[in-house]
Design a protein. Sequence first.
Length: 284
Amino acid sequence: MSAHLIIEDGQPWWWDSADIWVVPGNDPNGPPGAPVAGSSNYLWGRVHNTGSSASNGVRVDFYWADPSGLIAVGAATAIGSAFADLAPGATQEVLCLVPWFPVIVNGGHECLLAVAHGAGDINPLPDPLPNGFLFQPQQHEQIAQRNVQVVQAARRAQILPITVAALARQARKVELHLERGGELPARLLSTLGLEKWQPAKEASISAGLSREPHCNDGTAGEQTLALEVPRGQAVAVYLSLRANKLPPHQYALLRVLETQDGKVMGGNTYLIVGGEDGREEQTS
């Protein structure tokens, strides 16, 4: 058996990977947390070699993309790489050598991907096919995706953009669904700097999806939104979110699931938190 590289997916959904995390600030060895838009942030990844042979010179490439479920290779922006030598059965945390500066236009809400490449491995990202190529982390153990966003609870509606894209030669008919509730694994919470936080027993969450942003104090939108995306194009969807009454050190969970023909193709996870003292944020 040869080397076998893995970057673990999240549970229950692959885009909740705890093997990718962010350290905001100028010290890459600082505590993990949510990325800060327009400032320096460092990316870490955790790669495993479950094979019986060593894998030396492993390269882990990091990418960011606008919040979306399915991510095409051409739609993601390369950030930088990390390198490691992995003995059989070894696990190593690796640091991306290039700092990441999340774009302010998205408020730091971007998707992250990590792809491991080892000598002799089949490349999980082949040359783009005629109609494009998707990252597809659920089909490649060397690819992991992190679409987990921390959102401060606010009485005013917040508008969070989501991109739904189609490949160059294939139109898509999809549905977006809102899923409320649940909890995140402790290991994933720790990568957000929220080790001791618990899911809220009671939370007042209003959310809806729409094709147009609604900048008002109400929450407009649908719980399920059907879309037709022409080939080679992308459409914007807006999540309107309002939340309050979150106690200290408790969070509420909201997911946007992207489905096609009834099958989940991707999604985004939003972790809604309140202030340390229990008072909701006042930002709009």
